[in-house]
Design a protein around this ligand. Structure first.
Ligand SMILES: Nc1nc2c(c(=O)[nH]1)N[C@H]1C(S)=C(S)[C@@H](COP(=O)(O)O)O[C@H]1N2
Ligand SMILES: [Mo]
Length: 437
């Protein structure tokens, strides 16, 4: 975990400005010194955080740190999540420490959370509907039961990674959530194929882009503003691995991961995977919703030197995510007992629309590399697990580095490809291991 200046303990946050802290943590400004105003999404969020409804919430003084919280935001518990590190610059953004991502399939309680706005109050699957409209022959509004009844239900392991994962390593720093390594995961998602639904409504030849809409609300509370609405080119939308998902790991979708219905568009920035999905519109132009324009999810067309002020017209929209790996075992910073001569090393690798062809590790600062045992993925767009035993010939400090290569021959770089908004950091992961003397 990088120790960026943005990380503050929850106590410090509340001491400085309790109302702002309430806003950051729960997404609502308290009014007249009470949280009575904290209805709706703010209350749902606080309830979710505490793991129960709050019968006397109207009496709860604003700016009071709930006693259920430990000392710091890092220990702030989100019901149904376990061990995540909470970043504090927006309502509920939380990442997973690398060593807690060791499973092939990421458990629901370990999947990161990236919210741009406030989660909807009502997440009832029985009344939820999805509208598909725009440049289609037969616009439709379907319930979740309709989706299950009318389309084939499939399950895939799909990697989901925030476009800004790894941003905390940028220098000069890039504004935004200071993710270290853990805004990524690989859950088993169950739903219907987006392409099947698009074929059922009949995509008009004029449609070139999708536009995704969710039920979450803007941080300002302004009902006319959307927190985020992104889309993908129609060619990507037609991939058979995009799901309109209603289950996560065989159970309900976690409220913060988009219950009761979300898109999973694997291999592209996580922002394409609209949570709390209510509408998919087909458009005859590149979609221009919030976080589609300007420099959002865009990088300079050509590499630039760190700190370069890049003109808007030189940016292009991010499509596939780059080749990347994560070391999940051993946990970085550990000391192994004296006499240890070998370490079991394990992790995952993924490459946007591509497959992984090999993962190598080094235990001598990149001088020599050993090819790891790479697993076959259960389906395309799943991350691929790899493992290897690494020799640690004598006591002392070691670094284990991993380097993935994808099916197109792309390889993880050592140094960051700097860009102004801090996207796509796919540098080789490194863990520190000490063998005791
Ligand atoms: N409706 C809605 N969908 C959303 C977002 C959001 O804020 N609102 N965040 C997006 C971003 S930026 C990412 S990285 C992923 C994160 O998914 P997760 O929170 O389930 O991990 O959701 C995407 N879908
Ligand atoms: Mo994201």
């Amino acid at each position: 975990m990088s120790k960026s200046k943005k990380e503050r303990g929850i106590c410090e946050l509340y001491a400085e400005d309790p109302e702002r802290a309430d806003y950051l943590v729960f997404g609502r400004v308290a009014d007249k010194g009470r949280r009575g105003f904290l209805k709706g999404a703010g209350l749902v969020t606080m309830g979710a955080a505490l793991g129960a409804a709050i019968p006397f919430h109207r009496n709860m003084p604003a700016g009071l740190i709930p006693a259920a919280y430990a000392e710091s935001l890092a220990d702030f518990k989100i019901a149904g999540k376990n061990g995540l590190t909470v970043l504090n610059d927006r309502p509920i953004n939380a990442e997973t420490p690398a060593h807690l991502l060791n499973d092939d399939i990421t458990p629901t309680d370990r999947l990161f959370i990236r919210n741009n706005g406030l989660p909807p109050e009502n997440m009832d699957p029985a009344t939820w509907t999805l509208t598909i409209d725009g440049d289609v022959e037969r616009p439709m509004t379907l319930s979740i039961d309709d989706l299950k009844r009318e389309f084939e239900v499939v399950s895939y392991a799909l990697q989901l990674e925030c476009g800004g994962n790894g941003r905390s390593a940028f220098n000069p720093p890039a504004r935004g959530n200071q993710w270290s390594l853990g805004a990524v995961g690989n859950c088993m998602w169950t739903g219907v194929r987006l392409v099947d639904v698009l074929n059922a409504v009949g995509v008009k030849p004029t449609a070139i882009y999708t536009a995704h809409y969710g039920a979450d609300t803007h941080l300002s509370g302004d009902p006319d503003k959307l927190p985020i609405s992104r889309g993908v080119p129609i060619e990507k939308a037609m991939s058979p691995y995009n799901l309109i998902a209603f289950e996560q790991n065989g159970g309900p979708i976690h409220p913060m991961n988009g219950a009761p219905l979300r898109l999973v568009v694997p291999g592209w920035p996580g922002s394409c995977s609209q949570k709390w999905l209510t509408r998919i519109q087909l458009r005859d132009v590149e979609h221009d919703g919030p976080k589609m324009t300007g420099s959002s999810y865009r990088v300079p067309k050509n590499n630039v030197a760190p700190g370069t002020d890049v003109p808007k017209e030189d940016f292009e929209i991010i499509h596939s995510m780059p080749v990347k790996s994560l070391i999940t075992l051993p946990e970085t910073g550990i000391t192994l007992p004296a006499g240890t001569t070998v370490a079991a090393v394990r992790g995952h690798a993924w490459a946007g629309d591509n497959f992984i062809s090999r993962v190598d590790v080094s235990h001598d600062f990149g001088t020599t590399w050993t090819e790891t045992n790479l697993m076959v993925p259960p389906n395309p767009y799943s991350w691929q697990t790899w493992e290897v035993d690494v020799p640690l010939p004598e006591p002392g400090y070691y670094e284990i580095w991993a380097r993935a290569t994808d099916s197109e021959g792309n390889q993880q770089p050592f140094a960051i490809n700097w860009n102004p908004k801090g996207y796509l950091n796919n540098t080789m992961p490194r863990v520190a291991v000490t063998v005791g003397a």
